[in-house]
Structures are given as structure tokens and as C-alpha cells.
Ligand binder design. Structure first.
Ligand SMILES: NC(=O)c1ccc[n+]([C@@H]2O[C@H](COP(=O)([O-])OP(=O)(O)OC[C@H]3O[C@@H](n4cnc5c(N)ncnc54)[C@H](OP(=O)(O)O)[C@@H]3O)[C@@H](O)[C@H]2O)c1
Length: 416
């Protein structure tokens, strides 16, 4: 497997080959990623109306395809186009070259260099045309709730998923950030309308979402406190322009476990207050925005710490989905909780421009070969990864694809 060459497709843009190499998950082999992902020869898909076939140059690895491999919490098989094809080709981030366009596509042509955002929705759903594609009943995450994702030589996407590839990034850098960066952008810029002078508390600030939340605060002129679990991660945050950071190991007692007795509850509350004081000391005031994704362990502290009339914006519950907190701190102080999920095409486009302008930089840990897709997901599954992983697909080696000067990605170890 180590010698598999997928970098030559033997056809020019505009012409599709019959077959391609793809990493495929099938229902009968769901399980550990290293076994569930297998390379197969698959028919190259053809574009339907308003669809585009992109030759994948590099693909980004996300946790969603660890879940797809395991078949947990549910298998992907009932969703999107899975029933039609019976296979799952995962991958929700990619950079690549437009190779063929379907009927109705006028904005893109073979040869265009793109990155792909992962939100899909049917253009027939009315929500797409006046509310938000994220509100559409047909809304799906490409490469998770659909097949034809990016761990293959070619991928099939809706034309609205394409955005210009930043010229100042290599293929692997351009494939690394979409899912997490665009999510952080919607949370802070759209949902919280973050402005200069705002004060923000960011949990997991050196993680996938957090490195972008931190940079968005910096370029907006908002002050931010990042929470991390090591001084090394704190150092990375300093490089990204954070106002200050806190090591959560010094406040272990504030974490909600869910089985505390009243005495332990009291002690936990005291620790959360001590943490809030430390946040205030750095920011000069309580934060008016809290960037949440940790969930059960931190949510009571988030609600307590946010300033009256402030916002807690949340997109995940990594430590647990069942959140409980003292609601008096919410209603008496008129605080808001805002749920957020990925981003729409316009938000992705706007966020991507900031990368082209060298204002936001991807943070990448490792670039791996196409034959290592299963291994990359296993590293994640075993929590041995230390940040974002990109996979070379069409690109022969790391460093290709950059056509303009720029600082490129930050290379750092930022995992758990
Ligand atoms: N809804 C959406 O659209 C969307 C999009 C992207 C991601 N997500 C979800 O968001 C979550 C985070 O994603 P990510 O890519 O940022 O993951 P990540 O790279 O693993 O970063 C998460 C960070 O959270 C911190 N953390 C972990 N356990 C914690 C705890 N018990 N208390 C406090 N902090 C803790 C860790 O930082 P420290 O150890 O340094 O504190 C970790 O680096 C995942 O559940 C992901 O699936 C949702």
C-alpha cells in the first residue's frame, strides 16, 4: 500500500477517467478506523446539475470520519446519498482543481483552483433562499452525512461549496482549516456580532476551533483569554496574539462531572468564581462573549463567568451533551445561550478572504501520504494527534501549490 501513486490521473481538466482510488468505509466493516477505511477502485462520479467534480490535491482530517468509521453514535448509512451508493467516501475538507462541471454551472471552469466548504443543501429548499442554508431540511455535511468526500482522487460537490484557493498557501495548508475555521467565524462574527473592544473567553483556545477564534479576536480588536492545558499551548496563543491565557490544570475543581453531592457542588462553584476572577484580571472586566464547545465540564462556569447581557455561543459538547447549570445566573442577568453549527457559503467566502489577505493563518501539525488515511484517523481515535492533519492526494509532496508570497501555515503541536 505504501507505494500507491495517486498523483497522476492521466487525463486533462475537462475529462474524467472511469475509475479512481478512494478510501471507502462500508457498513459491514465499521469499527476501528485503521480497519474500517480500505482503499478501493471506485467509478468516478459525474456531475449533476449545479454540481462540480474536483480533483483532490490535498484533504483535511476531522473527527467526524472517526465517528463514520466506528458507526457511532449512529452509522452514516441512512443519510444523504448513502442509500443510493451504499459506500462512504469520507473527508470534509479539501483543496483541489475543478475537473468537470455540470449543467447550469457558469462561475467555475476546469482548471480553477479551489478549496471546498462542507455545507450542502438542496437549492429547492426555501430556507436556502431567504433564511440560511443551515436551516434547510436537506442540510448535510459533505463527506460525513454524504459520500463522495475528499479521501479520493476526485470528489463530487455542489458548485456553491467552492471558494477560491488562497494563493499564499500550499495544497496541504489550504486543505487543513475549512471546517474548524468557518465554524469559529460564524460563532463569533455572525452569531455574536463581535466588535473591537469586546472581551472573549475561549475554551480549548489552542485546539482546532480555538486557534481561529483567537486570531479572529486579534484582527477584530477584541481582547481574549484562552484556556489551555499546558504552557506550550499558551506560548502558541501568544504567537497568535492572545491577550492572556490560563492553564486549566490550576482550576481542576471547576469542572462539572455530573455526579457531585451538594458539598462538592459548593466547592466547584467556589473554584468557578476563582477562575472568573482570573479571567477578569486579564481582561479588565468579565467577558461579554464565551466561546464554548467543551460542554458539560465547562458550561456552568461559562454561564456564571459571562457578563450580564453577554453571550455564550456553543457548537459542541465534547465532554458531554447534557448540560446543567444554575439558571438563576442566566435569567437574572439576562444572558444568552446561542447554538451554532458550521457556516453558510457567504460566511465561508468572507472568512477565506482573510486568509488570502494574510490576516489569518492555518495551524497544521502533520502532512501524511494518501496511503495513511486510516492511520491518520486512528491517531485521532487514540488521541495521539497533536493538531490538524492534512493528507496529500494529487500533490506529489508537501510545499506544492503556493503561487503568492505569504507566511503560510504555522506548524505547531497543539493537540491534547
Ligand atoms: N458544530 C460544528 O459545526 C462543529 C465544527 C467543528 C468542531 N465541532 C466540535 O467542536 C469540538 C472541538 O473541536 P476541535 O476541532 O476544536 O477539537 P480539538 O482540536 O481537539 O480542540 C478542543 C480543545 O478543547 C479542550 N478540551 C478538551 N477537553 C476539555 C475539558 N475537559 N475541559 C476544558 N477544555 C477541554 C482541549 O484544549 P486544552 O486541553 O488545551 O484545554 C482541546 O485542545 C469537537 O467536539 C468537534 O466535533 C463542531
Amino acid at each position: 500500500m505504501a507505494t500507491l501513486d495517486v498523483t497522476d490521473v492521466n487525463v486533462e481538466p475537462g475529462t474524467l477517467p472511469e475509475k479512481m482510488a478512494a478510501w471507502v468505509i462500508r457498513e459491514e466493516r465499521e469499527g476501528e478506523p485503521k480497519d474500517a477505511f480500505q482503499i478501493e477502485e471506485i467509478e468516478v462520479p459525474h456531475p449533476g446539475a449545479f454540481e462540480v467534480i474536483v480533483r483532490v490535491m490535498a484533504a483535511g482530517v476531522n473527527y467526524n470520519n472517526v465517528w463514520a468509521a466506528l458507526g457511532q453514535p449512529v452509522g452514516v448509512w441512512r443519510y444523504g446519498d448513502h442509500p443510493e451508493y451504499g459506500h462512504h467516501i469520507g473527508g470534509s475538507d479539501a483543496s483541489g482543481i475543478v475537473w468537470a462541471v455540470g449543467e447550469g454551472v457558469t462561475k467555475w471552469k476546469p482548471g480553477d483552483e479551489v478549496v471546498i466548504h462542507c455545507n450542502q443543501a438542496s437549492y429547492e429548499d426555501i430556507e436556502v433562499h431567504g433564511l440560511d442554508p443551515l436551516a434547510a431540511p436537506s442540510q448535510r455535511i459533505w463527506g460525513y452525512e454524504t459520500t463522495w468526500g475528499s479521501f479520493a482522487q476526485f470528489t463530487k460537490v455542489q458548485a456553491q461549496q467552492l471558494i477560491p484557493k488562497p494563493h499564499n498557501l500550499t495544497w496541504e495548508e489550504a486543505a487543513s482549516y475549512g471546517l474548524v475555521y468557518f465554524t469559529a467565524y460564524r460563532m463569533l462574527i455572525t452569531q455574536c456580532n463581535m466588535q473591537a473592544g469586546d472581551k472573549v473567553l475561549i475554551w480549548g483556545a489552542a485546539g482546532g476551533l480555538g486557534v481561529f477564534a483567537t486570531q479572529l479576536c486579534k484582527i477584530t480588536g477584541a481582547e481574549a483569554v484562552g484556556v489551555v492545558s499546558s504552557p506550550e499551548k499558551g506560548k502558541l496563543l501568544e504567537e497568535l496574539g492572545i491577550t492572556g491565557w490560563i492553564d486549566r490544570n490550576e482550576y481542576k475543581g471547576m469542572m462539572r462531572t455530573g455526579d457531585e453531592n451538594p458539598e462538592q457542588e459548593k466547592a466547584r462553584f467556589k473554584e468557578s468564581r476563582r477562575f472568573g476572577k482570573a479571567v477578569k484580571e486579564i481582561l479588565g472586566d468579565d467577558p461579554n462573549i464565551v466561546f464554548e464547545h467543551v460542554g458539560q465540564a465547562t458550561f456552568p462556569t461559562s454561564v456564571l463567568t459571562v457578563k450580564p447581557f453577554g453571550k455564550v455561543v456553543i457548537c459542541a459538547g465534547t465532554t458531554g451533551y447534557n448540560l446543567d447549570f444554575d439558571v438563576r445566573y442566566l435569567w437574572m442577568r439576562q444572558k444568552q445561550i446561542i447554538g451554532s453549527h458550521f457556516a453558510n457559503a457567504y460566511e465561508c467566502y468572507r472568512a477565506n478572504e482573510l486568509i488570502e489577505q494574510n490576516l489569518i493563518r492555518p495551524v497544521l501539525w502533520r502532512t501524511m501520504g494518501f496511503d495513511e488515511v486510516g492511520e491518520a484517523h486512528q491517531l485521532m481515535r487514540d488521541n495521539k494527534h497533536l493538531g490538524k492533519i492534512s493528507i496529500l492526494v494529487g500533490a506529489k509532496e508537501a510545499g506544492e501549490g503556493k503561487t503568492a508570497e505569504g507566511p503560510g501555515a504555522i506548524y505547531a503541536e497543539v493537540g491534547n
